[in-house]
Design a protein around this ligand. Structure first.
Ligand code: ADP
Ligand code: ZN
Length: 658
């Protein structure tokens, strides 16, 4: 284009310095996190980048800082492509609080509002504009971009949730495919694509479909060190959940995931009856109710959202303190994504899951009975198996989780993407490592050699069939009856079928019922035993032969619940558990005062509380007790605009808190 009147591009070192200043002044942060600096400098200097970073890693700053720095240098507006309306609103609201000129264009605006935003856009006064992909690809919008570009006022494209371009992933969006047009029409404008989806396949799709072959790849570590992983055996799931909520998360905000709508309703009602502020959320609820519940979750403190996986995508509330699963997720990718919604602010958070035999049975059945093709089912089964291995593991959960994504624990940040090993491979070396922040590390489970017990169970299932074939009753029975027979219990059913005469009757009396359930769960999880029909009766798979012959050793965790209960007090007493916030008692009181003040401000401004200040920022204030505006400015998260707007009030609250 011959008419480009772009101001002389500022030198890269100037922009890098400016980026540092923006971080400090606008966001109030002292340091870049992980690879933010390299990413931001690369983009400020006009390079393309693909950023893979876990949820909470700080992706937004990677484009917001360059957008502000480049705008200050006279390079115009950054256009952010985002598929999520709720997220656009939040981000624009938060940027406004920071004094940054940002706006969005989406279907929630009426024609007048949209015109106003378009006028600001064309005038070059905006620093960031958020828009949905379908909007960006309209001829009208492209013409506006053209006009900006001709005047040197199109500074950057950021493509958020870039995995939406891949059919392989979970959130494919047709419109994302059209985004390669941006590169074709504006090849000189730097582009930054960002996603929290780690797998190789999705990454390759992004590069190819968005034409990012020349972009620099940044792959952060996918570890979330502040999240504590715990997987307990299901015993009385609701009571276990309640104990977890009461003992560890009184007054905290969090999400409880359930598989079905019915279970969501029941669990929410039950928790509410127990005195918690719990709200249901699932796709079957009225759109109005859903919006209201989501709003309350974002805006109020301490709401427990009980939800199906319909909830969560695009919720970037930073102070979610726990994610609990009452049912097994579909696979490790889902588990990682869902648990990843906890602790975005970097403060300690819990990922807690209760898991039991019925989960395994249900998930297997859902795959078997689904109408997907055989190959897809095989893939789903393999993915489920990997998740079950994580749940049954007696070594470090985090090490296993990262190994699944092809990363080894402790490899710090920034595995160069191209050298990253394929998922699930090459990390055996780190499998002995321990993170110190999962249930297995904090409370190493006792194990027992269950080889003999497994053989007894299999042979009993085999005897049922033999007897059935001889015309003496059904050929197969369910878990409960099997355990009764193994333990030699004289029930009506045993008498009815003459099972006290089986050679396997009573051969397992020395193993507890809970242990037997574990043995069976393991045998089903490993695929040696399957369940059939309406009553989930048990049948042997081919692979059971080898176990029966004694050729496959079976090592199991001891049932954990009793142990966990016994040790809970000790763990809570401080054996490794970080306090919810690193504050002493007066600090906690002061923190509570600050939160009360924040809640008032948030209500008055109609904003979520975390947009005013994050918990981490309030906690640092409560710890450091700054007594002057200068001292307050040194607190992480207090930028120039917020200092001006809230500084004196905060000093007043701090002084009053003593
Ligand atoms: P993501 O989009 O990757 O999930 P966000 O951009 O929402 O993550 O960032 C997560 C949290 O970390 C936000 O609360 C953000 O303000 C904070 N954060 C990001 N970068 C920094 C930094 N350099 N220093 C301190 N806090 C940061
Ligand atoms: Zn661990």
């Amino acid at each position: 284009m011959s008419t480009v009147l772009s101001p002389a591009a500022p030198a890269a070192p100037d922009l890098a310095r400016s980026a540092q200043q923006v971080l400090h002044e606008v966001f109030g942060y002292g340091r870049f996190r992980g690879e933010q600096r390299q990413i931001i400098e690369h983009v400020c200097a006009g390079g393309d980048a693909l950023v893979l970073m876990p949820t909470g890693g700080g992706k937004s700053l990677c484009y917001q800082v360059p957008a502000i720095a480049r705008h200050r240098a006279g390079l115009g507006v950054a256009v952010v492509v985002s598929p999520l309306i709720a997220l656009m609103h939040d981000q624009v609201g938060a940027l406004a609080e920071l004094g940054v000129a940002a706006a969005f264009l989406n279907s929630t605006l009426d024609a007048d509002e949209a015109r106003r935003v378009e006028r600001e856009l064309l005038a070059g006064t905006l620093t960031l504009l958020y828009a949905a992909p379908e909007r960006i690809l309209t001829p009208r919008f492209l013409a506006m971009l053209e006009s900006l570009h001709e005047r040197g006022l199109l500074s950057l494209f950021a493509i958020d949730e870039a995995h939406c371009v891949s059919q392989w992933g979970h959130d494919f969006r047709e419109e994302y495919l059209g985004l390669s047009a941006l590169h074709e029409r504006f090849p000189a404008v730097p582009r930054l694509a960002l996603t929290a989806t780690a797998d190789d396949h999705t990454r390759a799709d992004i590069v190819q479909r968005l034409q990012l072959q020349a972009a620099r790849l940044f792959v952060a570590s996918f570890d979330r060190p502040n999240i504590r992983y715990t997987i307990v055996e299901k015993d009385e799931p609701r009571k276990q959940l309640l104990r977890f909520l009461r003992d560890e998360h009184e007054g905290d905000a969090g999400i409880v995931y359930c598989q079905s709508r019915k279970r969501v309703e029941e669990t929410a009602a039950w928790l509410a009856a127990e005195g918690l502020t719990a709200l249901p959320y699932h796709a079957g609820l009225d759109a109005d109710v859903r919006r209201r519940h989501q709003d309350r979750f974002l805006r109020e403190d301490g709401i427990v959202m009980v939800a199906t996986i319909a909830f969560g995508m695009g919720i970037d509330k930073p102070d979610v303190r726990f994610v609990a699963h009452l049912d097994l997720p579909k696979n490790i990718e889902s588990y990682y994504q869902e648990t990843g919604r906890a602790g975005r602010d970097g403060l300690p958070a819990d990922a807690w899951m209760a898991y039991g035999l019925a989960d395994v049975v249900n998930q297997r059945r859902m795959i078997d009975e689904g109408d997907a093709g055989e190959e897809f089912k095989r893939l789903q089964r393999a993915k489920l198996d990997a998740l079950l291995a994580l749940a049954e593991a007696h070594d470090c959960r985090r090490v296993r989780l990262l190994a699944y994504f092809g990363q080894s624990y402790g490899s710090s940040t920034g595995l160069p993407g191209s050298n990253a090993p394929p998922r699930g491979a090459a990390t055996e070396g780190s499998l002995g490592a321990r993170c110190g922040n999962c249930d297995s590390c904090l409370n190493p489970p006792a194990t027992w050699d269950a080889t003999e017990a497994a053989r007894k169970a299999l042979s009993c299932i085999y005897r049922f069939r033999q007897q059935g074939d001889a015309g003496l009753g059904p050929r197969s029975f369910g878990v409960v009856h099997l355990i009764d027979v193994l333990r030699g219990k004289a029930t009506d059913k045993v008498a009815q079928f003459g099972h006290e005469r089986l050679s396997t009757f009573g051969i397992g009396a020395d193993v507890s019922e809970a242990q037997w359930r574990l043995v069976l769960r393991q045998l089903i999880a490993l695929g040696h035993v399957r369940t059939e029909g309406e009553f989930n009766t048990l049948a042997l798979n081919e692979s059971a032969r080898e176990v029966l012959r004694g050729g496959v050793p079976v090592t199991l965790r001891m049932p954990s619940e009793a142990r966990a209960r016994a040790k809970a007090a000790r763990v809570r007493g401080g054996a490794g558990k970080p306090p919810p916030l690193p504050l002493d008692d007066p600090g906690l009181l002061c923190f509570a005062e600050l939160k009360r003040w924040r809640a008032e401000v948030a209500r008055a401004h109609n904003l979520p509380a975390y947009v005013v200040f994050h918990d981490a920022t309030l906690a640092e204030m409560a710890r450091e007790r700054p007594a002057s505006l200068d001292a307050l400015a040194a607190i992480g998260g207090v930028g120039a605009k917020k200092l001006e707007a809230y500084g004196s009030e905060i000093l007043r609250v701090l002084a009053a808190a003593g």
